[in-house]
Write a protein that binds this ligand. Sequence first.
Ligand code: NAI
Length: 274
Amino acid sequence: MGTTTSLQGLVALVTGAGRERGIGAATAEHLARAGASVLVSDLVPAGPAGEEAQAGLDATVARVRAAGGHATSVALDVTDATQIEAAVEAAVSAFGRLDVLVNNAGSGIGVAAFAEVTDDQWELSWLVNVMGPMRLSRAALPYLEQQGGSIVNVASTAGIAAQAGYGAYTVTKHAIVGLTRLLAAELGPRGIRVNAVAPGMIHTDLGTAELELIAASSGATVEDTARSVVESIPVRRLGTPDDVAAAIAWLAQPGSYVSGAIVPVTGAMAAGLN
Ligand code: NAI
């Protein structure tokens, strides 16, 4: 294996990739810079929010092309089994194969104290954070095994260690860690590697929402909360989407011996717990 990540000639499908500041869009760019063609996807709801979401997907496609890569987009709600099948077929019909699946789409819904999380929040959290990746992995399987592909799931430190107040998010992120390990054990003999990244505090829309939540529960301002969070991180900064994307692209590298790993991308936040 060379020292530079190369995904030359490979095809990747990335979920949740339509937000400019998100991990998914950065991942699409990193995979493309390493040589992969990328099908970028995201939830495109009906109505005005859908236009914004489609514009976000278009922006990711433009970003990949500006980086010299090939990309196209598809609307994909990962809670919808039919759309999942269609997205996998779309990747294969656009680019002829599928080598890398990045299950990045995730929902922070159900981040609350245990007794306050509603059944609807439990269900949606389960559908987005676990059933979506599970169904996508299953749909992609026949293509991934043709030439030895890989799956990279986006878990969280909340998938490894529990923290009070993180409700359904903690439980479903633990489940995606379990799914990663199960699939690594089961699909290795079929030539497929399966890994996850476990990001810490990453500066995205979701990361900002988390800081606001911590601020609200402690009564501090968001700025003061951000400062004290940064002070608790040994490398003394929040992570960026690029930090996570680089780890994902590295895990996707063909021929790697890394499988079944849950890779912390945390700047050593809670080191040892993850
Ligand atoms: P983000 O909010 O920008 O991205 C989440 C993406 O998931 C969005 O594009 C959203 O549209 C998509 N999504 C939500 N529901 C969906 C559905 N039903 N179908 C398809 N897509 C759907 O936030 P970010 O931070 O980029 O999150 C990406 C992943 O990273 C998530 O899995 C999140 O749990 C994980 N993560 C983020 C951390 C952070 O600090 N930002 C820390 C640890 C994990």
